[in-house]
Write a protein that binds this ligand. Structure first.
Ligand SMILES: Nc1ncnc2c1ncn2[C@@H]1O[C@H](COP(=O)(O)OP(=O)(O)OP(=O)(O)O)[C@@H](O)[C@H]1O
Length: 233
């Protein structure tokens, strides 16, 4: 399934958080959405998943326009918000069972997802007792419970140590078949490691949309590309 942004914009008062964003991502692609703090990544992702309404422009999933009330489309989208808002006092399995009941998903899917996300040994623990990496797995588990073909992850490795980051990257890669994955990050090496394509946003404006090969071929590599596209003018 494709994801598409057409002149997608969001304004908060006088501030333009996202300014006429255009891009598309296709089935089987992992697209990295890179930008410094405050660049407009989370706002863009929220519009793409139908959590907030754009000020102008449109988001499309599989060619259908996304609205905040498009329930059928939202069934195709898995979303992990920034800072992984889970109910941390709940047990892992209990939490996933709660999310499954909201989505009206058969309970046998829970064990499948627990296995897929490597949470078998943690399923009877309270979420707040887990390491940050495992808490992040719970966040990803809730995002894929309804087996969405679009996965949108807002900074899924933020605050993790290098080993945990690597594990989450491997998990994201394992979810690639049959899906379109878009995730935001400000970690260049991570985007380089798992993405097929790269979007760079700065001050709400898309500065680059290129394949990983093109980004790597840029003189000085991805870090130079990122620096050039995000330096203050
Ligand atoms: N609900 C809101 N009300 C007012 N301003 C907002 C709101 N949400 C975001 N902004 C502003 O829009 C700009 C873009 O924010 P956004 O969270 O999308 O950036 P980001 O790239 O995700 O940053 P970070 O990496 O720090 O999460 C920021 O200046 C932010 O303060």
């Amino acid at each position: 399934m494709s994801i598409e942004a057409k002149n997608l914009s969001k304004q908060y008062g006088a501030q333009i958080a996202v300014n006429s964003l255009n891009f598309s991502a296709q089935l089987g692609e992992i697209v990295g959405f890179l930008g410094p703090n405050g660049a407009g990544k989370s706002t863009s992702l929220k519009m793409l998943v139908g959590l907030i309404q754009p000020s102008s422009g449109e988001a499309y999933i599989a060619g259908n326009r996304v609205n905040t009330d498009s329930i059928e489309l939202k069934k195709q989208i898995g979303y992990l918000a920034e800072d992984n808002p889970v109910y941390s006092e709940m047990y892992v399995k209990e939490f996933l069972s709660f999310i499954a009941s909201i989505h009206q998903i058969p309970q046998d899917r829970i064990q499948e997802v627990i296995q897929l996300t490597g949470l078998t040994l943690e399923q009877n623990k309270k979420i707040h007792t887990l390491s940050k990496g495992y808490q992040q797995r719970v966040g990803i588990a809730q995002a894929i419970l309804h087996n969405p073909s679009i996965l949108i992850l807002d900074e899924p490795t933020s605050g993790l140590d290098p080993n945990q980051m690597e594990e989450i990257r491997a998990l994201i890669l394992s979810l690639k078949p049959g899906r379109t994955i878009l995730f935001s990050s400000h970690i260049l090496s991570e985007v380089e490691a798992i993405c097929d394509r790269l979007l760079i946003i700065n001050h709400g404006v898309l500065q680059a949309d290129c394949s990983m090969e093109e980004a790597k071929a840029f003189p000085g590599g991805i870090s130079q590309l990122f620096q050039e596209k995000t330096k203050s003018k």
